[in-house]
Design a protein around this ligand. Structure first.
Ligand code: BF8
Ligand code: SF4
Length: 626
């Protein structure tokens, strides 16, 4: 009973709440993880297949068991097909999220978007121009209508290339053309992956993996990029603003509402309702001091980026925040919401509400949001949450929140630099900043919560590598206190000097997981300014604690775009050494970047530093030995 939970997580709030949950006799993701051990070795290696009903089949990699499935698929084919389907699921998730935003944009344009509006008309016009929509003399809503139409077409376009590839460096685009992996319609690439991986279609593991890159690129330069851009148009392009992180952002004397999921369409409306004078007055009439909205996971990141809304936790904290007994309501949209979460909520007074027709959960009340009803629905939910305040029992908020700054869109970063990426390039050329790393992705109970993110980030910034982060990695780094200007004392002397002069932290919050495209767009801008390819830049990516299919898609579009990427957890590919060798070595000659897998963040930092110094050397810049 004296367990300290230091093996499960480095986050103090999580350790204390795990203890509380143990006393409350609820179970968490960590308990369920233990019940699954040992994991199936065939599945871990990617060697099991259930793509048809002649199976399921598995390949025995070591013993005298089968080397082929019933259809004859061998280890290479099965591993490549399984990886392909992971990428397809991830690309589909981001892209469908993007499509939902485009539909809201279309409704706003038609005058049906009650409560939604165009917040960034400059970006609306920029994106419209990229899609060939004429903007001169047109009203904003007409531009929005034509842009929404063009974006909807982009999902199923018959054209040979996605429009937003125009932002990628020319060398990269030529490379994609020569490899025949230029992404076409967003839906097409995912649909084609499902086709290729059906029994009896693509049985060449290399061509399957090439299509995996094409499918992932349709996410990174298509679905996710549309999601990020349209979110900015509808809700505003982020600018730096102060916020706070960890479970201490919950307030003992206020009604606490948590939003969980990914799509800002619901959470933005909930925020507006929480800020309405009527709702605040209602809360006060119930004895609360106000209404406190906080986020978890990526819908939290969306609100944090645009409004400074505080972040209660990342993926592995989503159940724990409920154990505070301080949450009146959790409102979810979709993705990364564990179906067991209502079981934890049932131990407390928290109301659980699902909002999307495509994401329903056991133990949740379903209230469907549409652009037409969103405003009223959000008010009704907030009212219900306020009324639930009186049902609170014991409240346990065991920590104080940590200060952070969020909101670093590419526009904000370039703005802070004086309007061009030039000063950043100068700092890189002068060696004050050695390079940059994107640290992204999830938590995973296989890895001590936040340990991978925080350790890797610490080592990189102390070696003068600027870190930009997204998703649950970004929340881990906020909880660790890396995201305030004062954190520059943790950085090496060069990074300290540059960040100090600009008044920015050494770790920049770039947003949610779809916002990984902001990293691609910034990398492209740097490469274009230098007249080189993305793969020539002293940059790297890392997903130290990834778990999801979406993270697989992100990793693959990073690598296919030329960004060397270090994964913490091993993907299920070790059943085929041919696939492993291609992903970790062969891709260097094909797309100029590879994956590495390194669960130890100290070693991952060495790999990234080495990569960055090698790229500096190749560019003729000074290089340190690592
Ligand atoms: O899209 S980082 S656990 S919350 S998948 Fe999920 Fe992973 Fe978090 Fe955001 Ni991204
Ligand atoms: Fe077995 Fe082949 Fe069917 Fe997969 S596709 S389950 S390997 S028969």
């Amino acid at each position: 009973m004296n367990k300290t939970y230091q093996q499960e997580t480095i986050a103090q709030d999580s350790q204390l709440l795990l203890k509380k949950i143990e006393n409350d006799a609820a179970t968490t993701v960590w308990d369920r993880y233990q019940t699954q051990l040992p994991h199936c070795g065939f599945c871990e290696m990617g060697l099991s297949c259930r793509n048809c009903v002649m199976g399921p089949c598995r390949i025995d990699p070591f013993g005298d068991g089968p080397r082929q499935g019933v259809c004859g698929a061998d280890a290479e084919i099965i591993v490549a097909r399984n990886l392909g389907r992971m990428i397809a699921a991830g690309a589909a998730s981001h892209s469908d999220h993007g499509r939902d935003l485009v539909e809201v944009l279309a409704q706003v344009a038609e005058g049906n978007g009650s409560g939604y509006q165009i917040r960034d008309t400059a970006k609306l016009k920029r994106l419209a121009a990229e899609f060939g929509v004429t903007i001169d003399g047109k009203a904003d809503l007409l531009i929005a209508a034509e842009l929404a139409d063009a974006l909807q077409e982009e999902y199923g376009t018959r054209r040979k290339a996605l429009t937003l590839l125009g932002r990628a460096p020319e060398k990269r685009r030529k490379l994609w053309t020569s490899l025949n992996i230029t992404p076409r319609g967003i839906d097409r690439e995912t649909s084609e992956m499902m086709h290729r991986t059906h029994m009896g279609v693509d049985n060449d593991w290399q061509s399957l993996l090439l299509h995996g890159m094409r499918n992932a690129l349709s996410d990174g330069w298509g679905g996710s990029l549309i999601a990020s851009e349209v979110s900015d148009i509808l809700f505003g392009t982020p600018t730096p603003r102060p916020t706070q992180a960890n479970v201490g952002v919950l307030k003992k004397d206020q009604v606490n509402i948590i939003v969980h999921g990914h799509n800002p369409v619901v959470s933005e409306m909930v925020l507006a309702a929480c800020q309405s004078p009527e709702m605040i007055a209602l809360a006060e009439s119930k004895g609360a001091q106000g209404i406190n909205l906080a986020g978890v996971c990526c819908t939290g990141n969306e609100l944090l980026m645009r409004h400074g809304v505080a972040m209660a936790g990342n993926h592995l904290s989503t159940e724990l925040v409920l154990a505070t007994g301080a949450v009146e309501m959790m409102i979810v949209d979709y993705q990364c919401i564990m179906p067991a979460i209502s079981q934890v909520a049932a131990c407390y007074h928290t109301r659980m509400v699902s909002t999307s027709d495509k994401a329903k959960f056991p133990g949740m009340t379903h209230r469907e949001f549409h652009p037409l009803n969103a405003k009223e629905m959000a008010v009704a939910l907030v009212k219900e949450a306020v009324e639930n305040f009186s049902n609170r029992k014991t409240v346990y908020i065991p920590v104080e929140p940590v200060a952070a700054v969020g909101g670093f869109s590419v526009e904000a970063v370039v703005g802070a630099l004086g309007g061009t990426p030039g000063p950043l390039l100068d700092a890189i050329k002068a060696g004050k900043i050695r390079g940059a790393a994107g640290i992204v992705g999830c938590n995973n109970p296989q890895i001590k919560q936040d340990h991978g993110h925080v350790t890797l980030t610490r080592r990189l910034i102390e070696n003068d590598i600027l870190v930009v982060d997204t998703g649950c990695a970004a929340v881990a780094n906020a909880k660790a206190g890396f995201k305030v200007a004062e954190a520059i004392h943790l950085a090496g002397p060069g990074l300290q000097e540059i960040c100090g002069a600009l008044g920015i932290p050494p770790v920049l919050h770039f947003g949610s997981c779809v916002d990984n495209v902001r990293i691609l767009v910034l990398a492209s801008a740097l490469a274009n300014a230098l007249g080189v390819d993305i793969s020539d830049l002293p940059i790297a990516g890392a997903a130290p604690e990834w778990y999801s299919e979406k993270a697989a898609a992100i990793g693959v579009y990073f690598v296919a775009s030329g960004v060397y990427t270090v994964l913490g957890p091993m993907p299920p590919v070790t059943g085929s050494m041919a696939v492993v060798n291609l992903l970790t070595q062969g891709l260097e000659d094909i797309v100029g970047a590879t994956f590495a897998v390194e669960p130890d963040p100290e070693q991952a930092a060495v790999l990234i530093r080495r990569r960055i110094e090698n790229k500096r050397k190749a560019l003729g810049l000074d290089a340190r030995s690592v």
